[in-house]
Design a protein around this ligand. Structure first.
Ligand SMILES: [Zn+2]
Length: 248
């Protein structure tokens, strides 16, 4: 069993790499969502300015219609001047005309104010549109960067996955199952390299007797405090290691 440990160790390093890449990759859609929300806000501002303008224009059109009706009426009254026979009729007509003239000039003032407001709204729209377009362009640029980053991560992950397949091919199935269970339950390191006299997983000091047993590289031993499988890493000649593996 012990001879499978270097492979498991390699596997867990690969899985750590893959996990790390996946974690970084998972952040990208969140960043993109945030960026998109900002752009949407800009768009809403732009759209709301357009709605304001449309309302003003609608108001303007209705005032113009109103003005036309009043002016038509005024012309009608004015044309009646020649047909008037009595003083009373004349005074009444002149009163109507004067009232209508006041009303039309009031509407004309309102129309002027509306036109100024429309001009201002147009300026604001232009500004909001410019801002939105700038944001949109930078959004597209950033999105392209994100997309190519994602692709890069996918490629990197696929590369590691391939190596992982190769490495896990000859690992003892029972040990592999244990490793999988550990990852599901606790994640992180399953095989802990001994550093000095301490477990590389939980960093607690190990009994010297246990370290000696592990150093024999015969059986599997676990750390008493964290339960990880202990591994003694020793510089070995590659040929010797291969030989040891073939003989065991
Ligand atoms: Zn430990």
């Amino acid at each position: 069993m012990y001879k499978h440990l270097p492979k498991i160790l390699e596997l867990q390093n690969i899985d750590a790499e893959i996990d790390k890449l996946k974690q970084v990759k998972a952040k990208i859609p969140l960043d993109m969502k945030k960026l998109n929300a900002e752009l949407e806000k800009q768009k809403e501002r732009y759209e709301s300015q357009k709605t304001i303008l449309e309302e003003l224009q609608k108001h303007h059109r209705s005032k113009e219609r109103n003005l036309a009706v009043q002016q038509e009426q005024l012309e009608k009254y004015k044309s009646q001047r020649n047909a008037v026979k009595t003083n009373r009729e004349y005074t009444a007509l002149e009163e109507e005309i004067s009232e209508l003239e006041d009303a039309t000039s009031e509407i004309e003032d309102e129309i002027l104010e509306l036109m100024i407001s429309i001009d201002e709204a147009n300026d604001r729209i232009e500004e909001a549109e410019k801002e939105y377009k700038t944001h949109e362009a930078s959004f597209k640029e950033k999105r392209n960067v994100y997309m190519s980053d994602m692709e890069g991560f996918d490629k990197e992950i696929a590369k590691w996955q391939k190596t992982r397949e190769k490495v896990s091919k000859n690992i003892n199935p029972a040990l592999m199952q244990k490793y999988k269970n550990w990852r599901k339950r606790r994640g992180g390191t399953f095989v802990a390299v001994i550093h000095g006299q301490s477990c590389g997983g939980c960093h607690l000091r190990l009994p010297p007797q246990l370290v000696n047993e592990v150093r024999k590289r015969e059986q599997l031993y676990t750390c008493n405090s964290c339960g990880r499988i202990l591994y003694w890493e020793e510089e070995e000649e590659p040929e010797k290691a291969q030989l040891a593996e073939d003989n065991s």
